[in-house]
Design a protein around this ligand. Structure first.
Ligand SMILES: [Zn+2]
Length: 330
């Protein structure tokens, strides 16, 4: 699609207050991503907009009142650690409401035709958050709330979520496990945090086949990843006949990522976006919403998101960097 059919929603301002020194899920991530998009001369004219926060009632479409209250109270007290790797700061509740706001606004723009595809570039990420629990750097499940909002506000029935983060999105799977209307597909490294995502997890009672897990061995690269997508994810999405696609867009399967051991190239994210765009074009009028999850090597994250946008806009991939090796002799 043309560049003017894309929308980027972000929470750069509020998300800057959600950070702890030395933690990989840092404000520098979103700054790097938005910088890359703003500096790519081929993306001049791309619509980037700050998102408004949602009312907590919107978060309540997925999360329990007790969970929402716990985040509000933790932030009001100045923050602290929710578990060994998930933090909350004084600004985290506000940031989380803006992150959800970006996802829900992007969803609305895709559904009302304002945009062909939208990207919610947000922090904190969401796919580990369950209905009643923050975990894995995630407070509210941005993608899941956008899906529920599409169902509640726009009468959308069938949605497919494709989770490309290197970690299994246990929260998203859990939220939709018994819902036959929402297909959840995940490609992830296994074994790895959080430990769920076995191929045998295929959906709960009343929703057989509505969960598709593709665990990949550590060290798997572009070929293995794309083969799993083509063999398992694409057929399941076709069979589901969704009205729109939602991508939980984590970039920590990149070879440079410090938190995991898959070996995707920057160019793979262009190939992935082309595949998703082709499925969306075939099945649901091209409609897709991309919600940022992980990705912790800043240059790899920034270039890979750039490649996602380039693919959606019909632009070629960024030139691949030269292979690493010894410096040339003088
Ligand atoms: Zn991740």
């Amino acid at each position: 699609m043309s560049l003017d059919r894309l929308r980027v929603l972000h929470d750069r301002g509020p998300a800057a207050a959600h950070g702890v020194a030395g933690h990989p899920e840092s404000p520098a991530r979103l700054a790097a991503v938005l910088d890359a998009l703003e500096r790519d001369p081929d993306l001049a004219g791309l619509s980037l907009a700050a998102a408004a926060p949602v009312d907590p009632a919107v978060v309540g479409r997925v999360h329990t009142a007790a969970h929402i209250r716990a985040i509000e109270v933790a932030a009001a007290r100045g923050g602290g650690w929710i578990d060994t790797d998930t933090y909350c700061t004084a600004g985290s509740a506000r940031a989380a409401l803006h992150a959800v706001g970006a996802a829900v606004t992007g969803m609305g723009q895709v559904l009302d035709g304002t945009a062909g595809a939208a990207l919610a570039l947000v922090r904190p990420p969401g796919h580990h958050a369950t209905a009643d629990r923050a975990m894995g750097f995630c407070l509210f499940n941005n993608a899941a709330i956008a899906v529920r909002s599409a169902q509640v506000e726009s009468g959308v029935a069938r949605v497919a979520i494709i989770d490309i983060d290197v970690h299994h999105g246990n929260g998203t799977q859990d939220i939709f496990y018994d819902d036959p209307a929402v297909l959840y597909c995940s490609l992830h490294q296994w074994p790895l945090y959080p430990g769920s995502g076995l191929a045998a997890e295929t959906g709960g009672q009343g929703a057989p086949g509505a969960t598709v897990n593709c665990p990949l061995d550590p060290g798997s690269g572009d070929a293995e990843w794309l083969a799993a997508f083509d063999a398992a994810v694409a057929p399941a999405v076709r069979q589901h006949r969704p009205e729109l696609l939602v991508v939980s867009a984590g970039y920590d399967a990149h070879a440079a990522d410090p938190l995991a051991g898959l070996r995707l190239s920057t160019g793979a994210y262009h190939a992935i976006a082309l595949r998703v765009a082709a499925l969306a074009g075939e099945l649901c009028g091209g409609r897709s919403l991309w919600v940022l999850e992980g990705g912790y090597d800043l240059p790899a994250l920034a270039a890979s998101v750039d490649n996602t946008v380039r693919a959606l806009a019909g632009l070629p991939a960024l030139p691949a960097p030269p292979p690493a090796g010894p410096p040339p002799p003088r």
